[in-house]
Design a protein around this ligand. Structure first.
Ligand SMILES: CC(=O)N[C@H]1[C@@H](OP(=O)(O)OP(=O)(O)OC[C@H]2O[C@@H](n3ccc(=O)[nH]c3=O)[C@H](O)[C@@H]2O)O[C@H](CO)[C@@H](O)[C@@H]1O
Ligand SMILES: C=C(OP(=O)(O)O)C(=O)O
Length: 435
């Protein structure tokens, strides 16, 4: 079994470079399907398992995808299939993002239902509501969503009940080739939405208002492949900012965009962390003592849910009582039990978590339950006494490139091992159970 073993206590120092954003590159890759001529060239693509999964989806659909270092080239000019099977969607929910592009290009999209995951039930009703408003007939059955439109999609006014990131992206991708104007109201404002709009516009689309609560899209007849560089990953940047703070370290996070991180910066400063803009990044200096604060996750520009578990790790070391309230996903507290295994004084009360700090964290064997929980447990391990062993690393690999190597380069005592003896023992168990 693969695990990351970290021994806490080292102060981190040095420079770490942020990768291109996972949550920006996935919709951008899905959008390359919209180009019926020319190739798209995407730069600063992070080497993540999610990126390989979406590339496989595109290949299955008939696109020609080449990955060279941090650049992906997609030629989707040939005829495309319209179905994305469960084997891909199961690996990665974001596979559902090909739906808007396929519907716009083919007039039909059939995508396996993504189902829930460890952080919540995650329905896609708002995506489907948008497609229906644009004239698509949507049917859900046998584990698939089937959307079909006779002729071309038509522009429509769509109000989202919640500013869903995925629904905003999927509707944008459907609307760029629709006939007439689409207006998405109460849409998501995340930087990743702006990045997608920039790529679509480079392909010849007419998208205005991305980054505000209303996006206006005038449909065009055809899109052409374009070149694009993905924005830096604000969540990876934030994770390293916490790593610096939790160890009382001094780290330059190169590529961190301050405007994308304002809520995190504000909260970390309230805790007593020093954050200085330097070059094209942020220098983060951890204090001797951290102060407790309250946090509530919200859609952008509110505090990001994708930083909730890492920030919770930091609050474990803060003096006083902190409350973390999760409003975006209904079940994103699976890491709390794991923190408790590390001797954290922490409890769940409804949609909030109460932390009494500073906790005397102790190393333990803990399991990652989702991508950000994996990072948070490693962060807690950096500040714990003794050795922390984190398992279920497939979650980590979805969103972090060489995470342990980057931390080791900053001075952390950390390694990633493949413990053969444990794997062998597990094989025996599996055989005994005849699974
Ligand atoms: C690949 C990607 O970019 N993932 C991000 C994206 O996920 P994703 O796009 O899935 O997140 P959404 O913004 O859509 O979801 C937010 C909330 O809205 C609900 N909802 C969403 C759609 C819908 O049709 N109906 C509905 O009820 C969800 O269940 C959830 O409770 O934004 C989330 C919120 O910032 C981040 O945590 C994820 O990292
Ligand atoms: C929840 C996340 O991603 P996804 O939507 O791909 O599951 C995340 O990046 O933290």
């Amino acid at each position: 079994m693969e695990k990351i073993i970290v021994r806490g206590g080292n102060r981190l120092s040095g420079t770490v470079k942020v990768e291109g954003a996972k949550n920006a590159v996935l919709p951008v890759i899905a959008a390359t399907l919209l180009a019926s001529n020319g190739k798209s060239v995407i730069h600063d693509v992070p080497a993540l398992s999610d990126v390989y999964t979406i590339s496989e989806v595109l290949r299955y659909l008939g696109a020609d995808v080449k990955i060279e270092e941090n650049t992906i080239t997609v030629d989707a000019s040939q005829e495309l299939k319209f179905e994305a099977p469960f084997e891909y969607v199961r690996k990665m929910r974001a596979s559902v993002l090909v739906m808007g592009s396929l519907l716009a290009r083919n007039g039909r999209a059939r995508v396996a239902l993504p189902g829930g995951c460890a952080i919540g039930s995650r329905p896609i009703d708002q995506h489907l509501k948008g497609f229906e408003a644009m004239g698509a007939y949507v049917k859900v059955g046998n584990g698939f969503i089937d959307a079909e439109v006779k002729g071309r999609l038509r522009g429509a006014k769509i109000y989202l009940d919640f500013p869903s990131v995925g629904a905003t992206e999927n509707i944008m991708m459907a609307a760029v080739l629709a006939e007439g104007t689409t207006i998405i109201e109460n849409c998501a404002k995340e930087p990743e939405i702006v990045d997608l709009a920039n790529f679509l516009n480079a392909m010849g689309a007419k998208v205005r208002g991305a980054g505000t609560g209303t996006i206006r899209i005038e449909g065009v007849d055809q899109l052409t492949g374009a070149t694009h560089t993905v924005i830096p990953d604000r969540i990876e940047a934030g994770t390293f900012m916490v790593a610096a703070a939790i160890t009382g370290g001094n780290v330059l996070v190169q590529g961190a965009v301050p405007e994308h991180l304002s809520s995190l910066i504000a909260k970390m400063e309230e805790m007593g962390v020093t954050i200085i803009e330097e070059g094209n990044g942020l220098r983060v200096i951890g204090p001797e003592k951290l102060k407790a604060v309250d946090i509530k996750t919200m859609p952008y520009p509110g505090f990001p849910t994708d930083m909730q578990s890492q920030m919770m790790a930091l609050l474990l070391k803060a003096e006083g009582t902190s409350m973390v309230t999760e409003t975006v996903f209904e079940n994103r507290f699976m890491h709390v039990e794991e923190f408790r295994r590390m001797n954290a004084d922490i409890k769940i009360e409804g949609r909030s978590v109460i932390i009494n700090g500073p906790c005397n964290l102790q190393g333990a064997e803990v399991a990652a339950t989702d991508l950000r929980a994996a990072a948070a447990l490693i962060l807690a391990g950096l500040a714990a006494e003794g050795y922390t062993r984190v398992t279920e690393l497939r979650h980590l690999d979805r969103g972090y490139v060489r995470f342990h190597e980057k931390l080791a380069a900053l001075g952390a005592d950390i390694e990633r091992v493949n413990d053969e003896s444990e794997t062998a023992a597990e094989d025996v168990k599996v055989k005994d159970l005849n699974i």
